[in-house]
Design a protein around this ligand. Structure first.
Ligand SMILES: Nc1ncnc2c1ncn2[C@@H]1O[C@H](COP(=O)(O)OP(=O)(O)OP(=O)(O)O)[C@@H](O)[C@H]1O
Ligand SMILES: [Mg+2]
Length: 519
């Protein structure tokens, strides 16, 4: 027997005696009991007191038991109703059961029959409750699963949509079922005109489609039913070929083919970049050939003059020598010729060696170099020239400058080039200032060579670092000093810049990085 004390029962009967007897019996059995004398009162109590079981008499004035049953089942469907009928009212009993009464019991009520009917009602109520709980649990579980499923589907949709690669999926009949945004963009097609309508073959020329199917069937592109990085052409809206790289796989559903999925990468941009690079490389090559041509022409010109001179003198001397023994008076003349030949040969050799430095083909020794020492040495070497040129030198060279790694001889050549240029720019004398400093937390050494010479105008300033650019008279400059210096400084990881106030002053600045010496 189920515990009865939490079970509340409402008895509706118009006969006071029956109400009293029945309630006493039920109280004895441990039920909580309320009573009502008619249907309306009974329904009010149902509202307030929410009984789990109602026992109602059928024959009552105003509202009979069947009406009470109907109303309770409508308004409180979880309440169990036991109908009390008079003996022989089988049709009413059947009607009551049809209206979902849990039981009927005949009057006069037997205590045992009443208790059994109540037990059945309780069982029905419990079963109904359990069913309800179970249904609720099922519903909750279902809604959770549905939500998870919806989230997963939405996530996968987003994944497909946001892919940079085009994604195209077909069903077993080759009809397109997935066509993401990138595909739309790539082919200029809207998915609404493609999905469930277009077949995969419509995106290819006959030839390309045949090739694709063959490649899929073969195992040459990553295995049977797989295409890895396969290059082909899609057809866009206007049936124009779009070069693509395709990775595709046959979809299987329990070992049966179910469709095909393709990941498509548009190759147009890559092809364009490749073409641009090829064009650029071609241009660079042409440019290089042109500067090489210009350089060769300049070298030929520069070397041709001294060579012509040398050749003339040698021919002259040969002619004299071939005539017979050399007379004494020709000795001095020959010595003079040979001096000129030596000077011109020297000039040729200088041009060649400077050119080699410029193109950085000579071997250089990189070792820690103390810039202040190099500056002192250069100033010493140029001292005589400065004195002759009536040039006042001012220096500011701290002893504690950090060392740079480089080739001392080359760096000295650079400084001498700058100093000699300054001397040349001040034919009537002037001031030369040489300063050295370190910057950027001792990571850069800066050397400045300034003069109060004739300066360089803007047009000339854009050419001074070009090989063979010179404004000097023939025999006074080749035009290789600054280009050589530029090449050397660049090779040391530094920079060479110039600024000038034409007619007033010029400053050249060398910046060299301070690097740790490597063994
Ligand atoms: N300090 C300077 N002041 C004015 N002009 C300068 C100065 N330094 C260089 N130039 C200009 O730059 C040109 C190129 O200099 P660069 O040293 O390369 O060649 P160059 O001195 O003419 O010949 P070289 O090969 O003998 O050095 C010079 O001809 C001159 O016009
Ligand atoms: Mg020079």
């Amino acid at each position: 027997m189920t515990k009865t004390n939490q079970w509340s029962v409402l008895i509706i009967d118009d006969e006071a005696d029956i109400r009293e007897v029945t309630s006493l019996t039920l109280l004895d059995a441990g039920y909580t009991v309320e009573t009502a004398a008619n249907g309306a009162e009974g329904l009010d109590l149902c509202e307030q007191f929410k009984p789990k079981i109602v026992i109602t008499d059928v024959r009552m004035p105003v509202m009979d038991g069947i009406q009470v049953l109907e109303t309770i089942k409508k308004r409180f469907p979880d309440t169990e109703v036991i109908v009390a009928t008079a003996y022989g009212e089988m049709d009413i009993a059947i009607r009551a059961l049809q209206l979902d009464a849990s039981d009927f019991i005949t009057k006069p009520m037997h205590t045992e029959a009443l208790i059994v009917a109540l037990e059945r009602a309780k069982h029905r109520s419990l079963t109904r409750q359990q069913l309800k709980d179970y249904t609720r649990q099922l519903e909750q579980g279902l809604s959770r699963t549905t939500k998870q499923l919806e989230e997963t589907v939405a996530y996968q949709k987003r994944l497909i949509e946001s892919s940079m690669d085009g994604i195209l999926g077909c069903d077993i009949n080759d009809k397109v079922v997935t066509f993401n945004k990138s595909m739309e963009k790539m082919l200029g097609l809207d998915r609404s005109e493609v999905l469930h309508q277009a077949a995969l073959s419509t995106f290819f020329s006959d030839e390309e489609y045949f090739r694709l199917r063959e490649a899929l069937a073969a195992s040459s592109h990553g295995g049977k039913g797989i295409l890895m990085l396969y290059e082909t052409f899609f057809l866009d809206r206007g049936k124009q070929p779009v070069p693509v790289q395709l990775s595709a796989a046959l979809l299987m559903d329990e070992k049966k083919p179910a469709g095909l999925v393709c990941f498509v990468r548009d190759l147009r941009r890559i092809h364009r970049l490749e073409q641009e690079m090829a064009n650029q490389a071609e241009l660079l090559h042409q440019d290089k050939m042109m500067s090489l041509g210009r350089l060769a022409a300049s070298v030929a010109h520069e070397i041709n003059n001294p060579l012509a001179g040398i050749l003339n003198y040698i021919r002259l001397m040969l002619r004299t020598v071939n005539k017979g023994p050399l007379p004494q008076n020709k000795h001095d003349q020959f010595a003079q010729y040979l001096t000129t030949v030596e000077a011109e040969t020297d000039r040729c050799s200088k041009i060649v060696s400077n050119l080699l430095t410029f193109s950085r083909r000579t071997r250089v020794s990189m070792e820690p170099v103390c810039i202040s020492e190099i500056l002192d040495r250069s100033i010493l070497l140029a001292g005589h020239k400065l004195e002759l040129g009536n040039i006042k030198l001012t220096t500011s060279i701290p002893n504690q400058l950090p060392c740079v790694v480089g080739d001392g001889n080359q760096l000295q050549q650079c400084l001498l080039n700058l100093i000699f240029n300054s001397v040349d720019a001040m034919p009537n004398g002037g001031n030369l200032t040489i300063t050295a400093t370190s910057k950027d937390n001792l990571e850069t050494v800066i050397v400045q060579v300034s003069d109060t010479g004739h300066g360089i105008n803007e047009e000339a300033l854009s050419h001074i670092f070009e090989p063979f650019y010179t404004t000097k008279q023939e025999g006074h400059g080749i035009g290789l000093g600054l280009s050589t210096t530029y090449g050397i400084i660049e090779h040391h990881g530094g920079t060479l810049t110039a600024r000038s106030l034409p007619g007033e002053s010029t400053t050249f600045e060398i910046r060299l990085p301070v690097r740790k010496a490597t063994p």
